[in-house]
Design a protein. Sequence first.
Length: 257
Amino acid sequence: MMKTAVVTGASSGIGREFVRQIAGKYSWLDEIWIIARRAKELEKLKEEVREVPIRPLSLDISKEEELEKLKDLLEKEKPEILFLVNAAGMGVQKEFAGTSLKDVVSMTELNCTALTGITSLCLPYCRERGRIFMLASAAAFIPQPGFGVYAASKAYVVSFSRALNRELKCRKIQVTAVCPGPVDTPFLEKMGGKDRMPAYKKPFIDRPQGVVRKALRDGAKGKELSVPGISIKILEAGCKILPHGLILKFMEGKSDS
């Protein structure tokens, strides 16, 4: 049976870095399926990665008919999925009233619905000792004015991941929610880059290489959450202890300064 990794959002950023590091660390895999809308970027990644054969799948996973194509392929190939990485996502950094209907719906469809659908399709093919990585965010730890839909969608990812991890313990499949702060990727640029970012977030900017490296380590250790960086870990702890109203007042004050 073909030993496989499946990575969504593979055309750039953290998803692309997951493909690179999985290929380098687990070169015994038979194939890595890389999923994203941008076919040209997937082909570039295929040429770049040499350790493991790459199968590019140009799919828009927010559309049901595209998920059906993946379902048909899974039924045909019946791969043994040892790594599933749900890295596809989008974010719009605006107040809700100023965000278009299209962007609001797209965020929830891609960050929540598509992630859930991909997991549902792939789970029957995930094997014992397999690992599932869900790309969440430190934004999941507390409501984010000006970033409300995105933060709420990532809170869903964390909640779903932790529940699924407990459900799959009997199958010895590890589910890890990856919760970085801002990461220096094209995703950050699409949201307006560092210039539009609130001042209190700028010290937390991480690089995708470190985020993925830690995520793979934490998954191997059986951790439900992978939180890169001391600053983000302090933020996580603070959000558990301090009243959210107090933290939100602090954030609003920092945004105005």
